[in-house]
Ligand binder design. Sequence first.
Ligand code: SF4
Ligand code: SF4
Ligand code: SF4
Length: 469
Amino acid sequence: MQKKDRDYIFLELTRSICPVCRIVIDAQVLAKDNKVFMKKRCKEHGLFESLLSSDAERYLNSYKFNRPGTMPLEFGTEIKDGCPYDCGLCPDHQQHTCVGIIEITNACNLRCPTCFASSEGHDFLDLETVNFMLDQYIKYEGNPEVVHFSGGEPTIHPKIFDMIKLANEKKIKYVLINTNGVRISKDEEFTKKLAELGVVIYLQFDGFKKETYEKLRGEDLSQIKLKAIENMEKYGLNIVLVPTVQRNVNEDEMGKIVDFALSRQRIKGIVFQPTFYSGRHTDFDPMDVVTLSEVIKNISEQSTHGFKESDFVPIPCCFPTCGSATYVYMDGNEAKPLPRMVNVEDYLDYIKNTAVPDVDKVKEALQSLFSFGAVGGSEKTVNSFCTVCDLPGNLEGIESKIKMIMIQPFMDPYNFDIKKLMKCCIHEITPEGKIVPFCAFNNIPKYRAEVNEFFASRRLVKVKSKISV
Ligand code: SF4
Ligand code: SF4
Ligand code: SF4
């Protein structure tokens, strides 16, 4: 009898969870036909396979962009049950918080079939709790730069302006609002007030087709999104588009979204988020999902600006397979990607690169650009871009010429990789003051359950109807 070779390459062993009972189990990471898969077995629920990357070469190449982590000033919890049950942050965590998220409500004026948060509650955090959460963030981070007010839908919170002011008073530089844009499209006074407070709007924007919205959001929001952008442009808000990308829904719209964003002055960036299968959204084939590499490929093939896949660089602050980004300089209608002006790898290959010291100003500027903490259109982003490309920062209209394109896939219970989680830098701040990595918060049931319990303990009146601001 002949011995046979396996039809895949074994890359590594990591730990994951069973998608059914969520207990921690071993997981193999394998490469086959230039793709990367995860294979794992739960004693009770059997074998699970999922696609991690549709481009094994890019996946493996990204490992060298793994920047040494920075510790927070303090850890919030002790190591007791092991990762992912001790968040956080516990002393095993490998990276501080680049982005703090505060879910100020679990209520929403939409009922998206893709909602990972299953937002359909009617609870709103009070100002006192948000004050405590911001103080916890400051306690662990010192001078945190970025807070996202999220939900549910944060714009329907009656105290949203007070919360923004609170963050401003605490000198958190960038207050970002994650919104579906419905209220902004209908309420100009509200939009004007947001502009006066200097927030950046992260607008859910999935494309232009009616069918895209019907599928992802349950109704046609295409005109509402455009109206929201028009209102924000009128009052001078900085906008970052956040498209959810889903198989067989809007993969064909990525190039068009990029072209649209690059043509509008107030749109400073795009953050593509392939759907992840959590919350309400669980009906899918884990071997046929939209991956980070596929988004990059689609942008390169579809945009009229001639992007190449090599224009996108792994983000080193988190685990480098977690995200990629590029920046462009708009020279009239021509998009000039930053990685064609500077060899980013010369600076951000942390495995071999000890030649460029951390004090090098180009390296420092690149690290601030290729970070999940980078905010499209912010002064810091513009200055860093100018430093890298040796442009004078006072060029007229420079802030409208620099655009960020990021790809930020999140993990679901199928592709969950504890190795990646341990270096996560996108963190939820819970009402009890814990710092919980985003992918733990959305995949390990106890974390969201704790927040729901918090809401339930404070609930005075339970309303059943859908909120319609
Ligand atoms: S994700 Fe980080 S904070 Fe949470 S248990 Fe693991 S190492 Fe600790
Ligand atoms: S708008 Fe956001 S929070 Fe509301 S249902 Fe949709 S995905 Fe969920
Ligand atoms: S949120 Fe998830 S995918 Fe993103 S950096 Fe953290 S662990 Fe990685």
